[in-house]
Design a protein around this ligand. Structure first.
Ligand code: ADP
Ligand code: MG
Length: 398
């Protein structure tokens, strides 16, 4: 989607916008952070489990200059309002709407004793907002990279997603896991990232040589209003499951649901209330699917990988209950094509996007059919694109 030419055009337009808004404010530095898909391992990250995401070729850019005070002046070309905030005593504020996400990253750095300078920053993104491709984590990581560079500070690379997550949990109030910020920091072109969210051990897995397979994103264009509360509710349900299982197994030191293997869980399942049991079953079996998916990917066995994607979707729909009618329609529309290995919702769910893994030379027809079927069933003109697997967040030399 994003060619080198279109990236350069976006950069030039953004620098021009920065000059228009802030005048000739010195050297403009430009940073880029990608969106992401998650191939498999959904709702496992905040349960200390495995995930297999990849960064993609849509992104948010930031053009930034230093100020000589402690004010942040933020503008996004995707929103009408310009926001000013003082770095001292930063708190979440409804009035600041979109800007709470980048501000959460500044808040987290200051909380860790990294004193930041003021800055004038303009953002521009082509990650559709609220589409499950993690524009929120992209702007957090982007802001953190930008502020560290302006401050002339470096921190251990692993601390970037760790601090961004603290910002999302403590400043925004979403009890999210670390997957999104991690892949946006560590993504690598043509690679997926196999991450253990408990230990943060991670390994790149070559993925999707465009000659053999294509990843298609299908945006349902629906966003559930209750997504934030339903998400936090799942986090609570898993915590409840862990409490009961720890006591049943007689080991209080089990760090997370992912510390319980499938046999142990199957033995204890009946001691859990049914709803909690279904949530836990999803997490524990999904972890196994991630391990199998990594194995399949390493063997180039896309058929097995495809089956795992479908099993993951079914589990998210039936056990974890985070899918919705439109996501199910999108996945079913993809699966009608013989050229599709597998498909599933990607990201937290309740709307957003699904992905399909397809034969490269059949991808255009897969999209044509899915577009038609999805519109017939939902009345919505879905958005589709074939994504490339891209690098993580970085400063661009411009
Ligand atoms: P997603 O699924 O894309 O992560 P979220 O609802 O979690 O959706 O996050 C979307 C929020 O992220 C927006 O409301 C805004 O606050 C912030 N955001 C994302 N992209 C941009 C952008 N280009 N400019 C400004 N803010 C952005
Ligand atoms: Mg988000």
């Amino acid at each position: 989607m994003a060619t080198a030419d279109s990236l350069q055009a976006r950069i030039d337009a953004l620098k021009q916008e920065h000059r228009r808004l802030f005048g000739d404010a010195g050297t403009i530095q430009v940073f880029n952070a990608p969106g992401r898909i998650n191939i498999i391992g959904e709702h496992t990250d905040y349960n200390g489990g495995y995930v297999l995401p990849a960064a993609i070729d849509i992104s948010i850019l930031a053009a930034a200059t230093l100020r000589n005070d402690r004010q942040l002046h933020l503008k996004s070309q995707n929103f009408p309002d310009k926001v000013a905030a003082l770095l001292d005593g930063l708190t979440f504020s409804e009035q600041r709407s979109w800007a709470n996400f980048p501000l959460s990253a500044a808040w987290a750095l200051e909380k860790h004793g990294i004193r930041l300078p003021g800055a004038d920053i303009v953002f521009q993104g082509d990650i559709p907002l609220g589409s499950g491709l993690s524009s929120s984590a992209a702007i957090e990581v982007l802001m953190m990279k930008t502020m560290l560079a302006l401050a002339g500070r470096t921190i251990d690379k692993t601390l970037i997603p760790v601090y961004c997550r603290e910002g999302e949990n403590g400043f925004i109030g979403v009890k999210s896991g670390i997957m999104d910020q991690f892949i946006i920091t560590f993504g690598r072109e043509n690679n997926a990232l196999f991450l253990n969210c408990e230990t943060l051990e991670h390994r790149l897995i070559p993925f999707c040589n465009a000659d053999t397979a294509a990843v298609i994103v299908g945006n349902t264009k629906v966003k559930r209003e209750l997504a934030k509360s339903a998400y936090n509710q799942r986090v609570e349900e898993c915590a409840e499951g862990l409490r009961i299982l720890r006591s049943r197994i007689g080991r209080n030191d089990i760090p997370s649901l992912s510390g319980i293997d499938r046999e142990e869980f199957d033995r204890c399942r009946s001691s859990l209330p049914d709803l909690i049991a279904r949530r836990c079953e999803h997490v524990i079996y999904e972890n196994e699917r991630v391990i199998k998916a990594v194995d399949a990917l390493e063997k180039g066995d896309l058929k097995t990988l495809g089956k795992l994607l479908v099993a993951s979707h079914t589990s998210l729909k039936e056990l974890y209950e985070v899918s919705c009618r439109e996501l199910d329609c999108m996945v079913e529309a993809f699966l009608q094509s013989g050229d599709v290995y597998g498909a599933r919702m990607t990201g937290a769910g309740f709307g957003g996007s699904a992905i399909a893994l397809a034969k490269a030379d059949g991808a255009a027809d897969v999209i044509k059919n899915a577009q038609k079927v999805y519109e017939e069933r939902t009345g919505i003109n879905g958005e589709f694109y074939i994504c490339r697997i891209a690098d993580g967040a970085r400063e661009l030399s411009v």
